[in-house]
Design a protein around this ligand. Structure first.
Ligand SMILES: O=C(CO)COP(=O)(O)O
Length: 245
């Protein structure tokens, strides 16, 4: 399947800076490229290089109504979002999102025709305790409980070990391949069409390590934080994904 490289701008950007960045991005053959931007910039991103998919970084689990500050999946769909990140570890850790809420957000996204990029991953303490796959399994189970096996095959997953995010310390290829293989096996064991679920790796992906990461078994692309704010770096990562396609 064609690899997906999604940039997660997090809470960065300005109208002026975004324009400079966008002017330097372009579609690349052999890879799908998406940028997941802060909500206020969805309007600006209506003008973007052809072939670049648009995404957001969070979504309400509710469809509409008295939920001050929330943004619904149908609003994202109106602005042309193909993707929305749900359950990023920063949202889980800093904003108290639990596993079931993440599942409900994924459900809301799918109901509006927006593909959720569901993030899973363990902390360093959990890895050191040998619990990485157990934690990821729990996170997956909650999403499966809400979505059911058929809908689960429509999501994109992102394995983002918390300790590798923004730390400059990527997981090594063996660790990545082990968890990605574990996720594929977990999905298959739970009745999900595992082969149709694209599973991205995220956490300190840079131009220098992208190629070997994308070569790893069961890695179907990347979720890129810091390096997605540098056009040259982001395009180099996208080309690395295309090269191994
Ligand atoms: O959190 C991430 C993407 O969602 C990864 O961030 P970094 O690429 O900055 O480590």
């Amino acid at each position: 399947m064609i690899r997906l490289v999604a940039g997660n701008w997090k809470m960065n950007g300005s109208l002026a800076a975004n324009r400079v960045l966008l002017d330097r991005l372009e579609a690349a053959p052999g890879v799908e490229i998406a940028v997941c931007v802060p909500y206020p910039y969805l309007a600006q991103l209506q003008q973007r290089p052809a072939g670049l998919a648009l995404g957001a970084q969070d979504v309400s689990e509710f469809a509409a109504g008295a939920y001050t500050g929330e943004v619904s999946a149908s609003m994202l769909a109106e602005f042309g979002c193909r993707y929305v990140i749900v359950g990023h570890s920063e949202r889980r850790a800093l904003f108290g999102e639990g596993n079931l809420a993440v599942g409900r957000k994924a459900h809301a996204a799918l109901a509006a025709g927006v593909v959720p990029i569901v993030c899973v991953g363990e902390t360093l303490a959990e890895r050191d305790a040998g619990q990485a796959m157990e934690v990821v399994g729990r996170q997956l189970a909650a999403v499966l409980e809400v979505l059911g096996a058929a809908a689960m095959s429509s999501v994109v997953l992102a394995y983002e070990p918390v300790w590798a995010i923004g730390s400059g310390r990527s997981a090594d290829v063996g660790q990545i391949a082990e968890v990605h293989g574990g996720i594929r096996a977990w999905l298959a064991a739970h009745g999900v069409d595992a082969e149709s679920v694209r599973t991205l790796y995220g956490g300190s992906v840079k131009p220098g390590n992208a190629h070997e990461i994308f070569m790893a078994a069961n890695v179907d692309g990347g979720l890129i934080g810091g390096a997605s704010l540098e056009a040259g770096d982001f395009m180099a990562i996208c080309r690395a994904a295309a090269d191994v396609a």
